[in-house]
Design a protein around this ligand. Sequence first.
Ligand SMILES: Nc1ncnc2c1ncn2[C@@H]1O[C@H](COP(=O)(O)OP(=O)(O)O)[C@@H](O)[C@H]1O
Ligand SMILES: [Mg+2]
Length: 451
Amino acid sequence: MIKSLKNQLVIALGILVTVIGVIQGVSSYKLSQAGTNALLDTRLVQVATRMRDGFAEGIPANPSRGSQDDRDVVVVVWKPGEAVPFRTTEPSLRFPRDATPGFSNVVANSEHWRIYTRREPTMTIQVAQRASVRHDLTEETATLALWPTVVLLPLVWILVALVVRRSLRQLNELGREVQGIDTSHLQPLSLVGVPTEIKPFIESINTMIERLAGAIDKERKFIADAAHELRTPLTALQLQADNLAPHIAPGNQERFQELRKGIARSGKLIAQLLRLARADAPVNGAAPLARVDLSEVVTGAVADVLPIAIARGLDIGAEEMVSAHVRAIETDLGMAVKNLVSNAVRYTPDGGTIDLRMRRDGERVWIDVIDTGPGIDEALLPRVFDRFFRACPDIEGSGLGLSIVKAIAARYGGDVTLRNRDDGQSGIVASIGFVTEAVTESVAAPDSVCA
Ligand SMILES: Nc1ncnc2c1ncn2[C@@H]1O[C@H](COP(=O)(O)OP(=O)(O)O)[C@@H](O)[C@H]1O
Ligand SMILES: [Mg+2]
């Protein structure tokens, strides 16, 4: 069973064309054989007619012997009542004088001959031709008639394969487009130039995309609304706690501080939820896009965490900078890179190293954040971009940071990846890539910002 539609079409059409080609070849061959035979027969009749018209006397009475071997046509003329031929171009050959008038096949001198016998009142004329000569001639012309089919058949196979491939290319492109559908890129597929047979599929896919986009948007709005609504009571709670602080008995201070920390954590979580809802929203005209310098974003993110890094004895630096610009909202890019950098800072033990590098790969520029932390269990790696997923719950966090980074990357057609280092050291390489505005040149690395 051939699964590919392309192969099915090529093989079916190829077999069809081959069958037609073979039938056509065989019939050409047969027709050519019959045509050549008819032509040769006509020649025998013509020679016989000439003999009747008085040419027989022109044949020498005693032709030189043995001279006929190469000649394929032999003429014998009989006169009534005579036992030997009146004239013959090959005296060594004897054909049956009483052969049926018209064409017949005989054996003479252990060779096959085709004879045309013509009876006139004054003479009997026999014109004969070697069957082997006729056979060679007919085969030669018939084989020539086969050539076009032999040459054209492989060409037709190639042509069929090319035509089918061309026709199905559009289908492949559509397949790729459908594969590229992502919850962060829910654009309807274009119907321009789509074959009528495929239009209904595309239309149903588009309806599905529309519904999905609607559902995702509703979910995003719900998260944003919920986070927004939660902010007010939480602020009130925080105020109440602040007011209560002086009245807490010394014995209860520790538990009270735990309560305040809990309130602060909830506040951070709500803030992260709001950020995620904002990052998930498609870019609209509300916030104008600017030409953002990626290397500035990188140095900005390093500067932001520098005080914590210094306090924790972390060596953080940016090197191998590339001059690249992205059309985006600057705070989005800042937040994405800062989330990666702050993860590196939080998960790398004191005294570790964090390197930021930029590299160009085609039309994208990537920012790598490389740390010397513990890395992540390979089995858990595929889940790090899931909302609320946390691989090491001992360190404080919301589990939303990487989801926000992913949403921001997708918002600008970029991508983000996280992998363990493969240079023998433990740690993570977190990379975020953006499509840059124009080709830019590599610039010298600025002074490393080290803690
Ligand atoms: N640089 C890193 N080193 C080790 N683990 C990391 C690193 N970055 C992220 N992780 C893991 O991925 C999880 C998800 O990250 P993230 O979405 O930023 O949430 P969190 O708020 O917990 O930092 C983290 O809880 C952590 O276990
Ligand atoms: Mg994080």
